[in-house]
Each structure stands twice: as structure tokens, then as C-alpha cells.
Write a new protein. Sequence first.
Length: 150
Amino acid sequence: MLADQIQTDMHTAMKARDTRAVAALRMVLARIKETRTSTGHGADVTDEEVRTLIQREAKRREEAAATFDDAGRDELAATERAELEVLRRYLPAELSDEQLATIVDGTIAELGATAPGDHGRVMGAVMPKLKGQASGSRVNALVRQRLTTS
């Protein structure tokens, strides 16, 4: 299971004294533990749930890095980006722009969407198809572009 792999990787990072990897993985493990306890029966989390948790943590790191960049805090931004790279090891590869466009265009055609008002419906249909292979902001921008130019 992915949670077990993360635990093993954290121990390896601790032995290697890789503080950034340890920090990132420790946060993910804390989120996994929170999820286990919130279910009420201590059940193990699925790999899909773990990936969702990692995606949330990765998004937090991206946003924090951007905030630190805006504030001129380059060292803190670099730390966030280093942790982000650790998290990306556990996520599926990002789709290329062409692959994403193919999925979005196919979904728009499938739904018969033609106006910006169809944006929510298209997003709701596209996101489950991607399974974490593209950020919501990236998909959102492409859907908006496609619906305003059609």
C-alpha cells in the first residue's frame, strides 16, 4: 500500500538526514492518521485516498511557494518547492497540454456544452476522468478558454 511505502521512505529519509523529505512525508503521514481516526474504526486508507491527501499537500506547497515568492522570501519558497518535489514522487505524472485538451474537448462534445454557463457541468465531468493528472486550475483555464471561443 502507498501509506506503507511513504512510511518506509520516511525512515529512509531520516537515516539519510534529508530534512525536507522527512518534513513532507511526516505531514502526509499525519494526514493519513487523521483520516484513519476520522473514519471512527481505524480502518486503513486506500491508495486513492492517500493520493488525494498528497495532492492537497502538494497544492498547499505550491500556494505557499508562490506567497513566499511574492513576499521576497526566496529561501522559504525554495523549501516549499523542495518538499513539493518529494510529494510529486507519489503522484501520477501530469498530462501534457495536448492530452488534457483532448479530454476536455471530448467531454465538451459529449455534453454538448457551448456556452460559459456550461462551465460547472464540464468541470464536474472532466475532473473524475483525470484522477489527479492535472491541477484544477489548469483544467479550469482550459475549459474557460474552450467555452468562450466556441
